[in-house]
Design a protein. Structure first.
Length: 333
């Protein structure tokens, strides 16, 4: 099996066959309390709400996203469910006007990549295409609508997570043998350094940053899907375990809203369908609560916060032969 097909198997075949047996069977997470490291948590009273926004011009999944100056940029991904057509397209969403525009394409077409923003520049990291796993790093400057190539990441990998802390981009986990790898990129010097590895080696995880701490959530391993939450402190270059996410899943997305980590979508329910599950982690209390489910169940989506709203764009599910261009916005209460 080719390297490209191995990741497709993990994200698609793995998702929609009995190999996904480690997924949660909870169909209504709002009614299901969670007994984690911080104890039993009751269902919340303030669940939040979702609204439908202007769809993306390009239907896609396994893409990446970043926000610069209030504009959300969706980059790369696949526009066919089999990932036989890999994208380099860039769509920009202006939440103030609820409109999309097309920007200069990314030099390297790829999917299962990750992205982070430092000083108004979006960095697209890693991923996969017909040439195999990538360590490619390309930087997009919205001010000039142009891309530049940067120093490659030491480890070629896909389905990794990226978080930014104090101007440094941290790339953790991913698939090419299931990594616990943690590598840090400094745009000021265009150099990478090796950091303490993540305790749990995993792929298709999601990453978020709160108060200078990076949180790695969920993902999958050859032994099944995860609800694992691990926190990285770059000051001490060390990891610690936190309360498990209620729902085991991979291919989810994470965003930070109101000081909480929102884990959204992913794969899979007991019937091997994508999830619409939304669960929020409070790092102060080390607890999770269920929120109003996303209207469209999907995995391989991207989420970002703009102007106090959390936007979930793109993704896929077994019910559709093609990915979605769906754009739904969550308001917390």
């Amino acid at each position: 099996m080719s390297r490209r097909l191995s990741i497709v198997c993990m994200m698609i075949v793995f998702a929609f066959t009995s190999a996904a047996a480690g997924c949660s069977s909870i169909s209504n997470p709002i009614l299901a309390p969670h007994s984690g490291a911080a104890g039993l948590q009751k269902a919340p009273q303030s669940l939040g709400s979702w609204t439908t926004k202007a769809p993306m011009p390009t239907a896609r999944f396994e893409h990446a996203a970043g926000v610069v100056n209030g504009i959300l940029y969706a980059v790369g991904g696949c526009d066919l469910y089999t990932c036989s057509n890999v994208l380099n397209t860039v769509d920009a969403y202006d939440a103030a006007t609820d409109t999309w525009t097309t920007k200069s394409p990314m030099p390297t077409a790829r999917y299962a990549l990750a992205a982070g923003v430092v000083n108004g520049v979006l960095y697209a990291v890693g991923g996969l295409n017909n040439n195999g796993y990538l360590n490619t790093v390309e930087a997009y400057d919205p001010a000039t609508d142009s891309w530049t190539t940067k120093t490659s990441m030491p480890s070629a990998r896909a389905t990794l997570g990226v978080g930014v802390i104090n101007g440094i981009l941290y790339a953790v986990g991913g698939d090419n043998g299931f990594f616990g790898t943690n590598e840090a990129y400094d745009p000021a010097t265009d150099r990478w350094t090796i950091k303490a590895p993540m305790p749990t080696k995993r792929a298709a995880l999601a990453v978020g940053v709160i108060d200078g701490i990076l949180y790695a959530v969920g993902g999958t391993t050859p032994n099944g899907n995860l609800h694992t939450l691990e926190a990285y402190d770059p000051v001490t270059d060390s990891w610690s375990s936190r309360a498990n996410m209620p729902t085991k899943r991979f291919g989810l997305s994470v965003s930070v809203l109101g000081g909480k980590l929102y884990a959204i979508g992913g794969c899979c329910k007991s019937n091997n369908r994508a999830l619409h599950t939304v669960e929020a982690y409070n790092p102060v209390t080390n607890t999770w609560t269920a929120k109003t489910p996303m209207p469209t169940a999907r995995f391989g989506l991207a989420t970002r916060v703009v102007g106090g709203l959390l936007y979930a764009v793109g993704g896929a599910d077994s019910t559709s032969p093609n990915p979605f261009n769906t754009n739904e916005a969550f308001t917390k209460r």
